[in-house]
Design a protein around this ligand. Structure first.
Ligand code: DC
Length: 227
């Protein structure tokens, strides 16, 4: 079967997915799709509208009128921008609090269904690098190239702390480690589209490699088999 020109990059939080995905997309000249930003945007929408996840009718209304727009990063190396209902929420969605809420809303079937369809729509044109938890297993099972990035929780905490400090946010290392372990558990143990490696994904351990080495390894693997 002809596979789509789509690269999927899945893995737990803090593994370096965003940096690596952005670099791979830029090198290939593909569009970068940050699916986590979309789950964060839904979390933000719930918080702004005061909708609790148990309120299924209110949540369904919120999802029906969901208006998310992903914008290319303002500068190379930045996260993608996000407009929610036309308003810039790019900074708000990146807080540790929003990350936890995103993990909670991402376990809801109605949320996953809505965002999966939106993501598949974005993938129709091909030439896409999709980053998330289920992009290789659920969203784009026919992707031509699949990668699963992993690293120890301690190494991921070290990186997240550094990232947040660069952004000027105050951080508590122990709290970040606890959040990473909790989010791993939530993302892996949820019933729908849990975080797991697709059978046909290439496992890359980023604890022992530099970002350059990981990117080079992935690009080599894509270029070797480019259809
Ligand atoms: O990658 P991130 O940290 O921005 O993701 C935020 C949350 O969204 C994460 O805890 C799990 C969820 N998520 C998901 O369930 N499926 C995806 N494809 C991407 C993110």
């Amino acid at each position: 079967m002809l596979k789509n020109k789509i690269v999927t990059i899945d893995g737990p939080s803090g593994v370096g997915k965003s940096t690596i995905s952005r670099r791979v997309a830029a090198e290939l000249g593909y569009t970068y799709l940050d699916t986590g930003a979309m789950y964060r945007a839904v979390a933000c929408a719930c918080q702004q509208a005061g909708v609790e996840i148990e309120e299924s009718v209110a949540l369904s209304k919120l999802l029906d009128s969901l208006d998310i727009e992903l914008l290319p990063a303002a500068h190379a190396g930045d996260d993608v921008g996000v407009l929610l209902g036309g308003k810039d929420v790019s900074k708000t969605i990146r807080s540790p609090e929003m990350a936890m809420l995103a993990s909670t809303v991402s376990a809801l079937p109605s949320v996953r269904k809505k965002l999966t369809v939106m993501q598949q729509e974005m993938g129709k044109k091909g030439q896409l690098v999709a980053e998330g938890r289920d992009t290789g297993t659920v969203v784009f099972p026919q992707a031509a190239w699949k990668f699963y990035l992993d690293a120890t929780p301690e190494e991921r905490t070290r990186r997240r702390v550094k990232q947040l400090r660069i952004k000027g946010q105050s951080v508590d290392k122990e709290e970040i480690l606890a959040q990473i372990i909790q989010r791993d558990r939530d993302d892996r143990e949820r019933t729908i589209a849990p975080l797991c490696k697709a059978e046909d994904a290439l496992l890359v351990d980023t604890s022992i490699l530099t970002i350059d080495e990981v990117v080079d390894q992935m690009l080599a693997s894509v270029r070797k088999e480019e259809p």
